[in-house]
Design a binder for this molecule. Structure first.
Ligand SMILES: [Zn+2]
Length: 424
């Protein structure tokens, strides 16, 4: 039986392990490898959506289940017709499951078979997140790519600890899959496009959402036409865990693939382990993932990390570095990082990056950006974030081009060499 999928992924070119692909989602086409700007609380900080869409041409951004669930709450977002309508973004959205954020709370959380109990960082209230709750929240958000609820073992976890965590993650992945499928059948996905359900399975939630969407002032967003061959439903990605143990990573991968997902993520990396450990594990896992599904390395990373991961066959990335560092005065450039605070830029009329074509580099000097930063002007964070996102997204465009044209190894070598010619 041929079933219609929620997303499709095809490879346009390969160069060594590096892949250039086309990911079709219900909200548009995404060329991979792709960097996804992080929109933690429903905003890519300091960046307007018009800019993300028009000048930066970001095709997909991230939302955080944990943050949006606590504030404003999924009921508010549901009442406003889902996350796309609430924030005013009609392109693709990926939401994480909240698993990583809850894990990051450390002593403030208690993990059991059922899920994770924790204290909200917003108001101190006791909250409970489980695979089922996470799937319900992500259906309410209506994101296009949903992540399973996982447990993240620390990078230095012993074999026994990592195994226990892997086993729990596998059971949670199965529960996530079952709840996700049920919610899709019941029509609880607020972002659904053209996904028609048999009359007898339509839940009251569907009617409720439609009525509420009419009342919401932000519900004017034009719905994209559903690309041919897609169901219009949400897609679900599984996550491979196993800490720093190669055998456990392999086992986690097999068990995740057994359940079956639309895409596969490698989780629990870039959490304090040595870089060499991370690359060993990606080397181990990536070639074993199904070649016809997108591969996502969660929370990675710096420009050089992106290039190194692409060289190992990874297709999707997210990281807070360009936005977070932009707000603290750090620019990523083709010649390495540049800190605008440094006195050496006080009268420097050059742009942040002489080879960057972004609108900030076309208009403003390092001297001006330094002045804005030193005087605490909010425009400093806005302009630096813009340049950083432009640099990350443009780097990925060049990566894709180099793979398609068969010179990725040369591009990789030259890109990494140039990064060490720091402007400072
Ligand atoms: Zn620039």
């Amino acid at each position: 039986m041929v079933t219609t999928p929620p997303i499709t992924f095809s490879l346009a070119a390969r160069d060594g392990q590096a892949r250039a692909g086309i990911l079709n989602t219900r909200r548009g086409t995404i060329e991979t490898p792709v960097f996804m700007p992080v929109g933690t609380a429903g905003t890519v900080k300091a960046t307007r959506f018009e800019v993300l869409e028009e000048e930066l041409d970001a095709r997909i951004i991230l939302g955080n289940t944990y943050h949006l669930w606590l504030r404003p709450g999924v009921d508010v977002i549901r009442a406003c017709g889902g996350l796309h309508k609430f924030i005013g973004w009609s392109r693709a959205l990926l939401t994480d499951s909240g698993g990583f954020q809850v894990w990051s709370l450390g002593a403030l959380r208690k993990i059991s078979e059922e899920g994770t109990e924790f204290r909200s960082h917003v108001d101190g209230s006791l909250r409970f997140l489980s695979p089922e709750v996470s799937m319900e929240v992500q259906a309410g958000l209506g994101s296009d790519i949903v992540m399973v609820f996982d447990e993240c073992a620390p990078g230095k976890a012993t074999h026994d600890e990592a195994r226990a965590s892997l086993e729990l993650t596998a059971r949670w992945a199965k529960r996530s899959r079952e709840k996700f499928d049920q919610l899709q059948r019941e029509g609880c996905d607020t972002g659904s496009i053209g996904f028609s359900l048999p009359a007898d399975t339509r839940g009251s939630t569907v009617t409720g959402n439609i009525a509420l969407q009419r009342d919401c002032p932000t519900g004017e967003l034009a719905m994209p036409a559903l690309p041919e061959g897609l169901t219009g439903a949400q897609s679900l990605f599984g996550i491979v865990q196993g800490a720093a143990h190669r055998d456990l990573r392999r086992e986690s991968l097999e068990r995740t693939m057994e359940i079956g997902f639309d895409g596969y993520a490698i989780g629990g990396l870039s959490v304090g382990e040595e870089k060499s450990v991370m690359w060993d594990l990606v080397d181990e896992v990536a070639p074993l993932l199904p070649p016809d599904r997108p591969r996502y390395l969660m929370g990675v990373g710096s420009p050089e990390d992106l290039i190194e991961a692409v060289a190992r066959g990874v297709d999707m990335f997210d990281c807070v570095l360009p936005t977070r560092n932009g707000r603290t005065g750090q620019a990523f450039t083709s010649r390495g990082k540049l800190n605008v605070k440094n006195a050496q830029w006080a009268e420097d009329r050059r742009p942040l990056d002489e080879s960057c074509r972004c609108s900030v580099c076309q208009r403003h000097s390092r001297a001006y950006l330094r002045h804005l930063h030193q005087t605490g002007e909010m425009l400093a964070g806005i302009l630096l974030t813009h340049h950083n996102l432009a640099f990350f997204l443009d780097t990925m465009r060049r990566v894709r081009q180099s793979i398609r044209s068969g010179y990725f190894p040369k591009f990789r070598r030259e890109f990494i060499d140039r990064l060490s010619e720091s402007g400072e």
